[in-house]
Design a protein around this ligand. Structure first.
Ligand code: SAH
Ligand code: TMP
Ligand code: ZN
Length: 408
């Protein structure tokens, strides 16, 4: 099979396969007769753009729709983080701007956008998934229901004018037509405007062997080098990078501006130099990553089998998007995990995609505490350990797998 880089069109080759995987958010309704969609999850690295990407994925409408189940507001830490992002965007970029206009791509349930709304700032969310768009509207946010691309950018500009800030968190990795984002942002932004996005960082994924960050929705895993190249082609300068080690297991905040309009922070060059030192453009880095993934898979299987042989009860914690890759790649089933607790109401009562493990509420977890809990939502570890002090007090242990399999 010949695959083309989604940014530059050059031929690329996957360096490994995580096997057949379902869309990570397609939680299965028990008794459903409709066969699940599967695709082969294969990451590749484009040497021309330095863009890390998966070569196959389900259609966008299969991933983002009226039943999209991820609500940002399920994490207290993320609510606080986005309030911080709002504060810094306002003080850094909106001070002294008359009647500013802010566009958020992938505004989800309005967790970030509502901060702009409450401050009386003109705002618009672009959000294709009705489940979350409705939740944002219910709290008073202004939302355009649809996919961001050139067409939407033109429409928004015609109706509302150009934007002072275009912001997107954990969404610029999700849009396959990457050049549509670049062109759309470049056309919707004021010459004095900025484009700020946050996303899981390739450097952290490789360093921590956090392979479960790779799933259908995460088509791209960005590095600063890739961001500079890919968006540079659309006349956008990468002017700043801020590493966010505690966000989603390691993210980067990228700030871009129309070419030549803003000084470039020294942090950009430093970050790109660190990426070279880490070997993010080298084939051997990805060969090592593949070997590390295989080690985690065999260690995970061995640990689960040993614990089961001892008669231990094991459950999962957090039916995250990431968990689909981990569970399907390591062939984890109901024979391994009795259930997975998740605080999102629309996930409860359903089964995990592909592996069909039942998802239960926090109350169920409390009443049926296992001996071991596989922490699938490891990116929210601090918040969860604090919340689940009782599990620990009753002798419960956490199973971790990033950066390696272990029990704590
Ligand atoms: N920004 C939130 C939500 C991230 S989940 C946060 O950081 O927590 C990704 C969101 O992007 C989903 O709500 C999904 O529906 C939305 N999305 C997917 N493709 C999109 C596109 N082309 N344009 C705008 N939003 C998109
Ligand atoms: P995420 O890793 O994509 O942010 O998803 C986190 C999932 O974990 C989401 O489905 C909600 C769930 N969750 C809990 O069940 N309890 C918690 O305390 C937190 C923070 C998340
Ligand atoms: Zn490329």
């Amino acid at each position: 099979m010949i695959y083309k880089c989604r940014a530059c069109g050059e031929t690329i080759q996957p360096f490994m396969s995580f096997g057949h995987q379902p869309p990570a958010a397609s939680f299965y309704i028990p008794g459903n007769q409709v066969p699940e969609h599967f695709f082969e999850l294969q990451p590749a690295f484009c040497p021309t753009c330095q863009l890390f990407q998966i070569v196959e994925q389900p259609p966008e409408a299969v991933m983002f729709h009226e039943a999209y189940p991820y609500f940002t507001g399920t994490s207290r830490a993320m609510i606080a983080h986005f309030e911080g992002l709002f504060q810094s965007l306002r003080s850094q970029w909106l001070d002294g701007t008359a009647d500013p206009f802010v566009v958020e791509i992938g505004s989800n349930d309005g967790t970030l956008l509502s901060n702009f709304m409450n401050a009386g700032i003109r705002h618009l969310g672009i959000e294709p998934s009705a489940s979350v768009a409705t939740a944002a509207r219910a709290r008073g946010c202004r939302v355009h229901e649809g996919f961001f691309g050139m067409e939407t950018a033109d429409k928004v500009r015609a109706e509302h004018g150009a934007a002072d800030i275009i912001v997107g968190a954990n969404v610029i990795a999700h849009i396959p037509a990457i050049n549509q984002i670049g062109a759309g942002v470049a056309s919707l932004l004021k010459p004095t405007g900025v484009f700020v996005f946050e996303v899981v960082y390739l450097g952290d994924v490789i360093r921590n062997v956090a392979f479960d960050q790779i799933y259908d929705e995460h088509i791209f895993t960005y590095s600063a080098g890739a961001v500079r190249t890919v968006f540079g082609r659309h006349g956008l300068d990468l002017i700043d990078v801020v590493h966010l080690p505690a966000i989603h297991g390691g993210s980067m905040r990228y700030t871009l501006a129309p070419r030549g309009m803003r000084p470039v922070s020294t942090a950009v060059e430093a970050c790109i130099a660190a990426e070279a030192t880490q070997g993010l453009s080298e084939t051997t880095t990805y060969e090592r990553f593949r070997a590390n993934c295989e080690t985690i898979r065999s260690d995970m299987r061995r640990l689960l089998d040993e614990l089961k042989a001892k008669g231990a009860r094991i459950a999962g914690y957090g039916a995250t998007g990431k968990s689909a890759t981990l569970l399907n790649y390591c062939a984890v089933t109901v024979d391994d995990l009795e259930f997975i607790q998740d605080s999102t109401p629309i996930k409860q009562g359903k089964l995990t995609p592909g592996t069909h493990i039942p998802i239960r509420s926090p109350a169920y977890f409390k009443d049926n505490m296992p001996d071991y809990a596989l922490l699938l939502a490891w990116n929210h570890r601090a918040e969860i350990e604090e919340k689940e002090a009782e599990f620990r007090a009753r002798g419960g242990k956490w199973i971790l797998y990033v950066p390696c399999v272990g029990v704590v």
